[in-house]
Design a protein around this ligand. Sequence first.
Ligand code: ZN
Ligand code: ZN
Length: 339
Amino acid sequence: MLACYLIKPEQIELRDLPIPEPSDGEILVKVEAALTCGTDLKAFLRGHSLIPMPGPFGHEFSGTIAEVGKKIRKFKPGDSVMSVHTAPCLKCLYCAKKAFNLCENLMSNKILGAYAEYILIPSHIVRQNLYHKPSNLSFEEAALLEPLSCVVHSINNINKLNLKGSKSLIIGTGPIGFLHLLCLKLKGSEVLITGLESDRLQIAKDKGADMVTPPSELDKATNDFTNGMGVDYVFECTGQLDVWERCINYVRRGGKIILFGGAKKDTIVTYDTYRLHYDEITVQGSFHFKPEDVRIALKLLRDILKTSFLISGRYPLKDIAIPFRKLSKGEGLKYAIIP
Ligand SMILES: [Zn+2]
Ligand SMILES: [Zn+2]
């Protein structure tokens, strides 16, 4: 089978590998669609601590079951499925605390290699996070299960936010900013969104944003949007350190900042202690998702959300570097790789 390996930044190699055989509890999936992701773009441009190089590449996918190992009852060859690339171990201290997204073995047990003709799903993922694809979803839409699960975790799960009638600010108009927008509108929050490209602000308007603004006018826009009070919630979806720091300028007293966009390792930000203490502002990181978030994301994709606008184009495996070059220039949101 053909599989893309990320050798070093900017270099992807197409390798011809043997098709893996599923052991007990495992499932072999023929990939029908894999999606580019911000994490993959970071890895492509400068490497990423969670994506070893050289190594298999890609983690958002859906497909058709090619072969099942022994002891599989719920699935059979030919089934259309969607999955995420991780599942908790259910054995560690964090799993015992039900903090499944912080599972100590989550990242060492993950699967990479969605940019390939086949991907082998290990038993812990089959048991917890593999689902039949609803027939109303395309394979591309189904492959959004992973990023949407992260966004569901950001909004629903860790934060248990009181969103009805609230005012939210989303910083960032990438796919993750847009998924936050769709989910926040669904929950009844009024949304101000900011980003650099005017065509993306137009998309945000079309998708229900109550107000859009370029970053240069964010101070004034936030004042107008909230009558000078500040928003209830800020969702940081860029991972830029200066943006992390500036978030605190836009949140009201008692409000909450959710840091979704991960920044580089060993970097430090500073916050105004007066605002943190006397204004009781909460700063909360959001990482990954739990199996319950995946279940919610599946329902949202199946029943409510319209997400096909996030896919900006399609490429075969051999052209995989093209979408990453486009993304690095800010062209397009997500691309589908069709093996
Ligand atoms: Zn992703
Ligand atoms: Zn665990």
